[in-house]
Design a binder for this molecule. Structure first.
Ligand code: HEM
Length: 152
């Protein structure tokens, strides 16, 4: 065996190891997520989503019971963000549907849980969509708001 052959064999061995390692670790993640979930398309972080009512959502307004905010009827877990904590700037949205307020950029308590969006301008609806995208990226979705479906 000459030196070049040894080098080629070595490179093949190292390359093969990395390919195998990559393949193997990906497979392991899939197996783990499968065993965690009954769903076929389940990902590793998949959680069971559930239905909230305005009443049950309202209880999720402090870290001890998790802080949830609904946006267009989709409920997100925002507990990690102190802005929603009892002394936080956005605490008024904790346990509420904040759609209308975020569309208008208002802290008016009277429009919390307001689900009739028919009067909103196009730009205000776009504002909500931007927030939805932000929440989608940042937080875990934990369920949906029962009353929202009725209002659409
Ligand atoms: C002078 C006015 C405002 C300032 C300086 C301000 C500042 C900020 C800042 C710095 C953030 C990013 C915080 C972070 O990600 O850690 C933020 C996020 C946010 N702001 Fe404001 N804001 C203002 C007005 C408003 C108003 C009027 C509303 C709604 C009525 C609002 C709702 C929100 C929401 C929902 C977030 C997203 C928080 C999250 O990531 O969950 N803000 N704001």
């Amino acid at each position: 065996m000459d030196f070049t052959t040894i080098l080629i064999l070595l490179a093949a061995l190292v390359g093969g190891f990395f390919v195998y390692k990559n393949f193997f670790s990906k497979k392991k993640v899939n197996v783990d997520s499968d065993s965690d979930s009954d769903s076929d398309e389940g990902t590793a972080e998949e959680i069971e989503k559930k239905e909230f009512t305005l009443e049950t959502l309202a209880k999720h307004n402090n870290a001890a019971n998790k802080i949830y905010v609904s946006l267009k009827g989709i409920v997100y877990d925002v507990t990690e963000n102190d802005l929603y904590a009892p002394d936080g700037k956005y605490n008024m949205f904790a346990g509420k549907d904040a759609t209308y307020n975020l569309a208008k950029g208002t802290f008016d308590a009277a429009t919390l849980n307001k689900m009739d969006l028919t009067g909103l301008k196009r730009s205000e609806k776009e504002e909500v969509d931007n927030y939805s995208e932000h929440y989608e990226m940042k937080y875990t979705e934990v369920g949906w708001l029962k009353e929202w479906k009725k209002s659409e």
